[in-house]
Design a protein around this ligand. Structure first.
Ligand SMILES: NC(=O)c1ccc[n+]([C@@H]2O[C@H](COP(=O)([O-])OP(=O)(O)OC[C@H]3O[C@@H](n4cnc5c(N)ncnc54)[C@H](O)[C@@H]3O)[C@@H](O)[C@H]2O)c1
Length: 361
């Protein structure tokens, strides 16, 4: 039987509540056809407060040979956010060459969009964010600290390889969809890196004559996300622009609790990491009311990456069915269910979908 070794990092706050629900639903999706070996790691801000580090020194070596990483969320009041980001998430994303950050933006039946008049089916696109370089670099520093002459500099890094590979990924994804890629730029204001980004986008789009390519400056693009979300199919952006768009996207399709994300090493030389978009939500942690759908949906993305397409579809269909029924929703979606009640409903829906598929085949 196929077996996948998964590094499980629940992290902090509601990460510890939603991740077990994700495992529950993925086990249901496996349905005896394949198996998971879950290995849990306590890497978190809680660990940081006890030991001074988010993960052990050899942490990356410990998980390098796993098939994938399934992460909850990290962040805890009192621990600065740059500590959790640079102490855990960024080392994993960079050292494992997870240069694609992928977020589906899809309005599902049963979820209200904050945008007036938008219904399920109206919004369905992907944000592909460059995840390894760009504006988020460690190059920079401070001169004459504390004096009137204080100067701070932060260097952006755009490599040809880095631009080309994320853009090619976006075009390949568009090939399987509505055949349209939009690039986020700002080449009017940022006069070196962004014209280069545009130049590479033109070069890569020339490799894909069957795919429509267009570009918008990031400022008007954010307005179009709100006013014309139906225009988009695949949107590709640098690390910073992609970061902003990949939070705005989930916001226009309803609760942040349902949005999934993936940090992908497409070559599969290293494990990829799958995590919900939301954070550790300290305001609701411990109450058992966190929505597990973002965690579950990122699990479906993990299944697809592992090659389990049918199981991935079963999980996605189950999410749509449970949302549409509206019987087992958590308070963020207007329901009264607990985290585990919604997890149970999703697992049941996956089982019945899997049984139906088995009967049909
Ligand atoms: N990838 C990550 O691990 C990640 C991502 C974002 C934020 N964070 C961290 O999480 C901590 C809290 O950040 P924040 O408050 O800005 O963002 P957050 O996503 O944790 O919470 C924002 C709001 O959304 C609600 N919410 C989030 N997830 C929910 C869910 N599954 N179900 C129902 N409601 C949900 C919260 O209750 C809160 O009101 C910070 O330390 C931040 O750095 C981590």
């Amino acid at each position: 039987m196929r077996k996948y070794k998964i590094a499980v990092i629940p992290g902090d706050g509601i990460g510890n509540e939603v991740l077990p629900e994700g495992q529950k639903v993925l086990e249901a999706a496996a349905g005896g056809k394949f198996a998971f070996e879950w290995v849990q790691f306590d890497w978190s801000c809680e660990r940081f407060t006890k030991t001074g580090s988010m993960m052990p020194k050899d942490g990356l070596d410990q998980i390098r040979d796993f098939d994938a990483i399934y992460l909850g969320a990290v962040g805890f009041p009192g621990v600065p956010d740059h500590v959790s980001l640079w102490g855990l998430l960024i080392p994993i994303r960079r050292n494992f060459h997870q240069y694609i950050n992928l977020r589906p933006i899809k309005l599902l039946k049963g979820v209200d969009s904050p945008l007036k008049g938008r219904e399920a089916g109206d919004i369905d696109f992907y944000v592909v964010r460059e995840n390894n370089e760009g504006e988020y670099s460690e190059i920079g520093g401070r001169l004459y600290a504390g004096s009137e002459n204080e100067i701070v500099m932060q260097q952006s890094v755009f490599s040809k390889r880095g631009c080309d590979r994320v853009m090619r990924y976006a075009f390949e994804l568009a090939k399987t969809r509505k055949k349209h890629v939009t690039s986020a730029t700002k080449s009017n204001g940022i006069s070196h890196t962004m014209p280069y980004w545009d130049e590479r986008f033109d070069a890569i789009s020339a490799e894909y004559p069957g795919i429509r390519a267009d570009r918008y400056h990031i400022d008007i693009l954010t307005a179009h996300f709100v006013r014309n979300p139906d225009w988009f199919d695949v949107v590709v952006g640098s690390n910073l622009f992609g970061d902003i768009l990949s939070d705005l996207g989930p916001a226009i399709v309803g609760s942040i609790g349902i949005a999934p994300g993936a940090n992908i090493n497409p070559e599969k030389e290293y494990p990829s990491m799958f995590e919900p978009v939301h954070g550790s939500a300290p305001d609701i942690a411990g109450k058992g009311i966190a929505n597990p759908i973002g965690q579950v949906w990122s699990g479906a993305m993990m299944l697809r990456h592992l090659g389990e397409e049918q199981a991935a579809c079963a999980v996605e269909t189950a999410i749509e069915a449970v949302l549409a029924e509206r019987d087992s929703l958590t308070p963020d979606l207007g329901g009264k269910a607990s985290t585990s009640q919604l997890g149970d409903a999703l697992a049941r829906a996956v089982k019945s979908k899997t049984a139906a598929l088995a009967a049909a085949s």
